[in-house]
Design a protein around this ligand. Structure first.
Ligand code: MLT
Length: 411
């Protein structure tokens, strides 16, 4: 009989979003006429930008021609895409990032988990609470934690509480941690980080030899010109940070799949014998062994994001979802419900009305007004009493959902 990875048995029953889908499906089966509006998982609803579609169609045509046909591409991604990313996303903001430090992938969720392959098993890991569950669950799977307690916290992880009191930005820990997960604009709270806050983290990481995993999947939703989009806008970050980015939310690629991870060549980790080892080399080795790259057609689609038309179309998409976020904020606030986030981020973090627990509010919303959101407690113990509403949906659905919620739950 084969043995299994017992760490999986430590995981809570279901990953948050499939668990929500399970409950919603059961409801829909029992109530087939209910018009359910889904503002739970942050999945985009608006069509792909025309510039991306045109580029992908052209790429498919090329693949149908003997001269244009492409087999395996470079595991790191095509140079023409990495050059555009380096120029538009990093160098234009003063970040010293070279195309060779960018790795194209099929998703930042995948990379956030996969990156653990190149790190040892004895690192101390810090996550915020609440937090995007992938950071925690992938560490559980990798055997980096103990068991889960009644509050849903895993032994061995350092939880950094975030709340309205600290503007949903964690205080720098007093103890030494090795790996730190930061996500700005934040999923789930919609909070943002100032330059000063990120500089404090970079200073901490450099002082302690730590590495920051910086998840910038929602950077395109920043409208405040003072806020940094990349950790590499912060002095010293090249020596202590890996950044994850995605085309999912800005260009609507959740179903198309394209993302990127930046591993600066200056980034080092320690081998067991105490010597410095390049993390870029390890990640490159890992990717070229376990990954065959993103399809040529999709990379051409992603490249089109950087064309003048692509830039305009992506900006229009971002504006569209941010207008949804504003509608959500305004309507809920007018109904006396306390909201956070949703200004430079597509998520609105809602204090549950009438002191309902997160899952009670979820069930009430689903059963009485047929609206789906995400219970804050699903993101960690400190998310209890909160609820996340995603701005990714059609205008009509967002307006209708807000009408239903405010009618029923006015405080
Ligand atoms: C979310 O709803 O938190 C997102 O869909 C997460 C993701 O992109 O994986």
């Amino acid at each position: 009989m084969v043995t299994i990875n017992d760490n999986y048995l430590k995981l809570k029953a279901g990953y948050l979003f499939p668990e929500i889908a399970r409950r919603v499906n059961a409801f829909v089966e029992a109530n087939p006429d209910a018009k359910v509006i889904r503002l739970g998982i942050g999945d985009v609803t608006e069509p792909l930008p025309e510039a991306c579609r045109t580029a992908m169609i052209r790429a498919v045509e090329e693949m149908g021609d003997r001269n244009g046909f492409k087999g395996y591409g470079p595991e790191q991604g095509y140079g023409w895409l990495r050059e555009k990313i380096a120029q538009f996303d990093f160098q234009s903001r003063g970040c010293d990032i070279d195309a060779s430090e960018i790795f194209i992938s099929d998703g930042s969720k995948c990379d956030c988990g996969n990156i653990l392959d190149i790190f040892g098993d004895t690192n101390t890991i810090a996550v915020t609470d609440p937090v995007y569950p992938v950071y925690v669950d992938t560490n559980v799977m990798a055997g980096h934690t103990g068991d889960v307690n009644d509050r849903g916290e895993y032994g061995g992880l350092v939880y950094l509480p975030i709340s309205a009191e600290n503007h949903f930005t964690a205080s720098i820990p007093s103890e030494k941690v090795d790996l730190i997960y930061l996500c700005f604009p934040n999923n789930p709270t919609g909070a943002t980080a100032t330059r000063e806050h990120l500089q404090a983290w970079v200073n901490y990481a450099k002082a302690h030899g730590s590495i920051i995993f910086f998840d910038a999947a929602y950077e395109a939703f920043i409208t405040d010109p003072e806020l940094p989009h990349s950790i590499y806008e912060i002095e010293g970050a090249r020596d202590c940070a890996i950044e994850f980015r995605s085309f999912s939310k800005n260009a609507g690629f959740t179903g198309t799949r394209c993302a990127l991870t930046v591993v600066p060549k200056t980034l080092m980790g320690k081998a067991a014998d105490g010597s410095d080892v390049s993390l870029w080399q390890l990640w490159n080795r890992r990717q070229s062994t376990k990954f065959n790259g993103v399809s040529y057609v999709v990379q051409r689609g992603a490249e089109a994001v950087y064309s003048p038309d692509g830039q305009n179309q992506v900006q229009a998409l971002v504006r569209f979802y941010m207008d949804n976020a504003q509608i959500i904020r305004n309507q809920l606030t007018a109904a006396g419900i306390q909201v956070y986030g949703g200004v430079n981020a597509p998520y609105v973090w809602v204090k549950t009305p009438h002191n309902l627990s997160s899952w009670d509010f979820f069930d009430k919303l689903l059963n009485t007004v047929n609206v789906v959101g995400t219970p804050g407690s699903g993101f960690g113990a400190a998310g209890e009493g909160y609820f996340r509403i995603s701005a990714f949906n059609s205008r009509e659905n967002v307006e209708e959902a807000m009408r239903r919620i405010t009618e029923k739950f006015k405080v």
